[in-house]
Design a protein around this ligand. Structure first.
Ligand code: KG4
Ligand code: ZN
Length: 360
């Protein structure tokens, strides 16, 4: 049995958690504390890196102490410390990683420098018995990608966004509609009372034989419609939101079909592979229905972790640390924080001309 402290500071959540991994590989969350900086960034309509880094500095000590107290453990009773070492906003990553290094050095504990995306990728195994390989769809404010998770530290990226992340597209559409930040949940609420057929928005990359994503053209199409409408009525807002959501849903269904084909071709022997959907956008009910339908059609075991573990948190970092420690994958205190750190390092980056999300 190992007990690991995890620290996450790569974007606008300061988080600390303690998890336990039994020798059988079962996971238990002993504490999981997340402090959102939403209010600090809301006036700017997005995450401001310098504000984020300072907020992490101000709160991390207290959150770590709280996570340890809730777990009922002293540092000496831990088996290791894990922190996000990238990708993310560098100032924030340095804050969390440095704290983890200090704790590891002071108490003689192994250090695990965790890739944030690996945290998302392995979360399902903290909750359930999920065997490798499985298909991961990560949809957040910073990332939109399909990965085949072949093992701890073994990832094969099938597709990624060539411009905006999906959560970022939701946030930008919300901004165009005069809704608050983060916009995804509000677009979803508006969409419920709108007409998804009123505007015929593009379905980006639909039918393409890869499984990459693109959302900047869709966002531009929404902007043109909104500008054309002038002063928006409540019904206009709802109809644009519903039509946007419908375009996203149809696009995701198409991209998922491609990803499943690619997964099956790579692993023909896996009878009922798991499809794990992680990231804040996984909370969207309409998209969840799309994933459930695809899972039924293609014989996949769909797992969408609960929102608290789907969005950024430190339990997933602690868990990834525990999985790494079990394989002897520890890091030296000289390990550096990284702003960019692709999970699958064998794949060339796919960058279009669009702006990338904070954590892309
Ligand atoms: O995973 P997350 O909490 O943080 C990042 O790592 O980015 O994801 C946040 C993103 C935001 O862009 C937010 O608008 C989006 O997830 N989101 C949603 C919904 N809830 C959150 N998008 C669509 N529908 C939702 N219900
Ligand atoms: Zn994340």
């Amino acid at each position: 049995m190992t007990r690991i402290l995890g620290i996450e500071t790569s974007c606008d959540e300061t988080a600390a958690a303690v998890i336990q991994r039994d020798d059988s590989g079962r996971g238990h969350i002993l504490s999981n504390i997340v402090l959102s900086q939403l209010e600090d960034h809301a006036p700017y309509g997005g995450v401001v890196p310098e504000i984020a880094a300072r907020a992490h500095v101000n709160h991390l000590d207290r959150l770590v102490a709280q996570a340890m107290a809730e777990a009922g453990l002293s540092f000496a009773e831990l088996d290791g410390v894990a922190a996000t070492a990238g990708p993310g906003l560098l100032g924030g990553v340095i804050v969390g990683l440095t704290m983890a290094k200090a704790i590891a050095m002071a108490h003689g504990l192994p250090l695990m420098a965790v890739n944030h995306l690996e945290g998302h990728a392995l979360t399902a195994r903290l909750l359930e018995d999920v065997d490798f390989p499985y298909l991961l769809l990560l949809i957040s404010g910073g990332h939109t990608q399909f990965q085949i998770v072949e093992g701890v530290g073994r990832y094969h990226r099938l597709g990624t966004t060539i411009d905006d992340a999906l959560g970022e597209a939701f946030d930008k559409v919300a901004k165009l509609l005069g809704l608050g930040y983060p916009g995804g949940p509000q677009v979803e609420v508006q969409a419920r009372r709108g007409d998804p057929r009123r505007f015929d928005f593009p379905r980006p990359l639909k039918g393409r034989k890869d499984c990459n994503f693109s959302f900047s053209g869709l966002k531009t199409a929404v902007r043109e419609v909104v500008n054309g409408l002038g002063a928006l009525s409540d019904q206009d807002v709802a109809d644009v939101a519903a039509s946007f959501e419908a375009a996203v849903a149809e696009t995701m269904a198409d991209r998922l079909t491609m990803a499943v084909h690619l997964f099956r071709a790579a692993h023909p022997g896996v009878e009922r592979p798991a499809l794990i959907v992680a990231g804040g956008v996984a909370a969207n009910q309409k998209l969840k229905a799309v994933f459930a339908q695809a899972a039924g059609r293609f014989g996949l075991a769909l797992i969408v972790p609960p929102p608290k573990l789907c969005t950024d948190n430190a339990a997933m970092i602690a868990w990834a640390g525990a999985e790494r420690l079990a394989l002897g994958l520890t890091d030296d205190v000289s390990v550096a924080a990284r702003a960019r750190w692709p999970l699958d390092q064998s794949q060339a980056p796919v960058y279009g001309s669009g702006k990338l999300g904070a954590k892309a």
